[in-house]
Design a protein around this ligand. Structure first.
Ligand SMILES: [Zn+2]
Length: 418
């Protein structure tokens, strides 16, 4: 495993400045590109899975969090309130209350549930300054969040769909959890009371986990204050675990916010609220991807996807023409000219770029290119248009194999996976 902080600096992905403050990293162009690609991916995945996206403010009145239970039970992790006239507003510690209010703003009938509200939004946590660093301990978090409001009898099928989304995303990202965890309350922790509600939620989550055939461990003291959680755990190079994806069953907040829907019987009922995150926070997932892939991101995520390497300056115009063609296809491509160094040096500098396209005199004359893959495979010269088109297709479909059905060549891969 690799150190994501070192790689983040080396690859120009993110940085911090004491004047902005610790735990508040900013994203440089290459990092912003990765982040944008991730966000596009997850929004697209959600849209295809029946989620509706919203945007809600990063601030809320203190009263909102008193109702949700965050203020009394989670206040130590929140930023202090800001005085605004006679009111106090706080930076939100989670998106849940905003989404509960969005649900409540409209009437709902059983036929328009489940309502799946998704947002990639910011939330804030007043982590102590000693613990901050890199992308994993931050005070501003961009969370891939969603809340599913549904009749209690629909929880199981919604939860299964969430688990499937997580599986699909992990495949596309080339990552896997170290384990699954059923997070339960501790005997002496700070939780909302109502033992009946907790028992019901725990029983449902256990059934969902058993039904999914997932191996899991239970952990007391790791539940959210309002309900138990199913967590997909990842580990950093030091073996420290953290939660990436999560699924929570919540009967508490629907009650606190007085959420209702009209059932088939014409009566008013209380929906359940599932909290779920597929890829967790953008910060944590990028840190994890760096640690797992050592900077060799899956092609669809790579800041630069195709590097064109003309052997001599005579082939530069052809390289530029093909790079433009790639850009038109939505790919991130760049020409590394002979003035940037010898061919060997340019190949080394492009070692994390998934597709390295070499163009010599013969290739340029015959409309061919030679393709080197980041993993060490080399393909014989073939028509340039065919190569560019295939790369475009592999990136569009977020294929994890750089060139499926091409035999691996012996040799040390440039961007080996940990
Ligand atoms: Zn939530």
């Amino acid at each position: 495993m690799h150190d994501h902080r070192r790689l983040g600096r080396e690859l120009g992905l993110f940085d911090t400045d004491p004047l902005i403050g610790s735990g508040l990293p900013y994203w440089l162009p290459a990092g912003a590109t990765v982040r944008q690609a991730l966000e596009d991916y997850v929004r697209d995945l959600e849209r295809r899975s029946g989620y509706l996206h919203v945007h809600s403010p990063i601030l809320g009145k203190r009263e909102l969090y008193e109702i949700s239970g965050h203020w009394p039970l989670y206040g130590d992790d929140m930023f202090p309130p800001m005085e605004l006239g006679a009111e106090q507003v706080v930076l939100r510690p989670s998106l849940c209350p905003h989404h509960a209010l969005i649900y409540r703003s409209r009437e709902h009938g059983h036929h328009d549930l489940p309502l799946r509200i998704a947002e990639l939004g910011a939330m804030y946590r007043s982590e102590p300054s000693g613990s901050l660093g890199g992308l994993t301990r931050v005070r501003a978090i961009q969370l891939n969040d969603a809340h599913i409001f549904c009749p209690p009898e629909r929880i199981a099928e919604e939860a299964e769909a969430v688990l499937e989304l997580i599986r699909r995303a992990y495949r596309a990202l080339g990552i896997r959890p170290v384990r699954h965890r059923l997070s339960l309350p501790a005997a002496d922790g700070k939780y909302v009371a109502d033992p009946r509600m907790w028992r019901r939620a725990v029983a449902m989550l256990t059934e969902i986990l058993d039904g999914a055939g997932l191996d899991y461990e239970t952990a007391e003291g790791e539940a959210a204050f309002y309900g138990p959680k199913l967590d997909a755990q990842i580990a950093d190079p030091a073996g420290r675990e953290s939660t990436l994806s999560t699924l929570q069953i919540d009967f508490h907040q629907p009650e606190r916010f007085g959420l209702r829907y009209t059932g088939a019987d014409g009566r008013r009922h209380r929906p359940a609220m599932l909290h779920r995150s597929v890829i967790g926070s953008v910060e944590r997932v990028v840190a994890h991807l760096l640690e797992v892939h050592g900077g060799a991101f899956p092609a669809w995520l790579a800041p630069l996807q195709v590097a064109f390497l003309p052997v001599s300056s005579a082939e530069s115009p052809r390289a530029r023409e093909l790079a433009r063609h790639c850009t038109d296809l939505g790919l991130r491509a760049e020409v590394r000219d002979p003035r940037d160094g010898s061919l060997g040096a340019r190949i080394r500098s492009a070692r994390l770029v998934p597709y390295q396209v070499v163009i010599g005199a013969r290739e340029a004359a015959e409309g061919l290119v030679s393709l080197r893959l980041r993993d060490g495979r080399r393909l014989d010269a073939r028509p340039a248009e065919e190569v560019v088109g295939r790369i475009g297709e592999l990136v569009r479909t977020r294929e994890i194999d750089l060139w499926p059905h091409s035999p691996a060549r012996p040799g040390r891969p440039a961007g080996a996976r940990a």
